[in-house]
Write a protein that binds this ligand. Structure first.
Ligand code: UGA
Length: 480
């Protein structure tokens, strides 16, 4: 095995207390690849991270970051300095040094909702053209079930059989944007799909420090000893499916609670309380039951769609997930409907927007509900002034025609209403007295139910949230 013994050092620069380190290639310096590469380096491995975007490689080598993610910049910097992490642009230069290869390239949606696997295929071509000796090729990008099988077939056709020996494995990631570093070091489980004992052993070796929680935690000062992380070994198809099924289930929870929220508004019940109480059932669980303007981001919308396509092509009835998508898309109509209802005429009204990112602690605006809402309001003739602590640059590239403000107060200045669309801490900590004084009409539409209704009303605001019976549209007579 390609494993070198490492002496234990007391210094902070070496954060793996005991065991082996491996040479690992991570292909793709995007969200998943960069966290995986720097996380593995932090646990002691030597990692070469490859990205064919030379600009991104240059940025990383110059100490910059291609996107915002809490804790990631420090991790990348420390491991580069320690010589455990390097960035290059040619796969061929990494392969000769590394036995273990993680594929972390993008799999964006095609027009028909299927995942576009052309980047995965391109990487496979490069590997088969230049790999020599044994390699473990691990797909970490979110891919449809049976992609591993296709990779194996690809290698058997294009690889040099005499020289290139391989195993293919699936190791889905469960990293959330905004807390990806935390999720890397303290995962709920590590899933590996393999079809050989050797592949399972190598992956266990790669993740040993994380599985044993034996690294010096780079995030929590007094992390303490945590229990061993479950290591779930399956066949390759099952591992691929686990990822799509997990994301789809979480999306389903959100759409379910949003459906309940609509009913609560209609009949005069309180969705927050309903969600809290159903979540107390340990079989249901309280997370991902927060009513609001729906899920966005680069994962849930694309993964639900892709999973529907997978089900469809396998001849299975996946209409349940189509409804999850449909309910989510309707969130925007319903929210904009509430705004129109309160403002009467939207044309010419000044609307402040707090939050553009699809969720807090990220600058990602892909499929962000906030952008969909802004587009709808612009179409109605509103004057939009927006603020987000991190995502304004990325939003500006998509919607250049609105005003981007230096802070949340400036977005609220003179506004007929403000919309709270991403639950940033900074926005929660605003001085509501000050906000009330600077607005033309103190009206808050809370798309994330992030404020306390009582507190906001006590500050003299009109307040519209999601799923509160206080804004009942209609009452269903008892007994019907
Ligand atoms: C999601 C999964 O949570 C990760 O486990 C997975 O690895 C990742 O996708 C991926 O496939 O790469 P992420 O998209 O970063 O992570 O964000 P989440 O925290 O899951 O939130 C997704 C969306 O759901 C956000 O727009 C959020 O605002 C929304 N949401 C979440 C709700 O509307 N209500 C909730 O109760 C929870």
């Amino acid at each position: 095995m390609f494993v070198v013994r490492f002496e234990v050092e007391e210094s902070n620069s070496l954060r793996w207390r005991n065991g082996n380190h491996m040479n690992i290639t991570v292909i793709g310096a995007g969200y998943v690849g960069l966290i995986t590469a720097s996380g593995l380096a932090e646990t002691g491995h030597r990692v070469i991270c490859v990205d064919d975007d030379q600009g991104k490689v240059d940025t990383l080598n110059a100490g910059g970051m291609p996107f915002y993610e809490p804790g990631l910049g420090g991790l990348v910097h420390r491991n580069r300095e320690a010589g455990r992490l390097e960035f290059i642009s040619r796969i061929e230069d990494a392969l000769a040094q590394c036995q273990v290869i993680f594929i972390c390239v993008g799999t964006p949606p095609l027009e028909n909702g299927e995942a576009d696997l052309s980047s995965v295929e391109l990487v496979a071509r490069r590997i088969s053209a230049s790999a020599r000796g044994y390699h473990l090729v691990i797909e970490k990008s979110t891919v449809p079930v049976q992609t591993g099988r296709r990779l194996q077939k690809h290698f058997s056709i294009y690889g040099d059989n005499a020289q290139f020996h391989y195993d293919v494995a699936s190791n889905p990631e469960f990293l959330r944007e905004g807390s990806g570093v935390e999720d890397f070091f303290h995962p709920d489980r590590i899933v590996v799909g393999v079809d050989s004992a050797k592949a399972a052993e190598l992956l266990e070796e790669v993740y040993r420090p994380v599985l044993e929680q034996s690294f010096v935690c780079p995030i929590h000062e007094n992390c303490g000893k945590r229990p061993r992380v479950p290591f779930v070994v399956t066949d390759i198809n099952s591992a691929e499916l686990i990822k799509h099924a997990s994301n789809s289930f979480l999306a389903m929870k959100i759409s379910f609670v949003n459906m309940i929220a609509d009913l609560c508004e209609a009949v005069g019940a309180d969705a927050a309380k309903v969600a809290e109480a159903i979540g107390m059932d340990s079989r249901i669980g309280g997370s991902f039951l927060k009513p609001g303007i729906g899920f966005g981001g680069s994962c849930f919308p694309k993964d639900v769609q892709a999973f529907v396509r997978v089900g469809q092509s396998a001849g299975c009835d996946f209409n349940l997930l189509r409804e999850v998508e449909r309910i989510n898309q309707r969130r925007i109509d319903l929210f904009v409907g509430k705004i129109k209802n309160e403002l009467w005429v939207v044309r010419g009204k000044r609307i402040g927007v707090w939050g553009l990112a699809f969720k807090p602690c990220t600058d990602d605006v892909r499929s962000a509900p906030a952008l969909a809402i802004i587009r709808r309001l612009l179409a109605e003739g509103a004057v939009v002034r927006a603020y987000d602590p991190q995502a304004m640059e990325k939003a500006k590239a998509q919607i250049p025609e609105i005003a981007y403000c230096p802070d949340a107060y400036s977005a609220a200045q003179g506004a007929d209403a403000v919309l709270a669309l991403t639950e940033w801490e900074e926005i929660l900590r605003l001085d509501l007295n000050k906000v009330r004084q600077i607005m033309a009409r103190p009206l808050i539409f809370d798309g994330r139910n992030m404020f306390s209704r009582t507190a906001v009303i006590e500050h003299g605001f009109e307040y519209v949230d999601v799923g509160s019976g206080a804004h009942a549209r209609k009452h269903v007579p008892a007994g019907r």
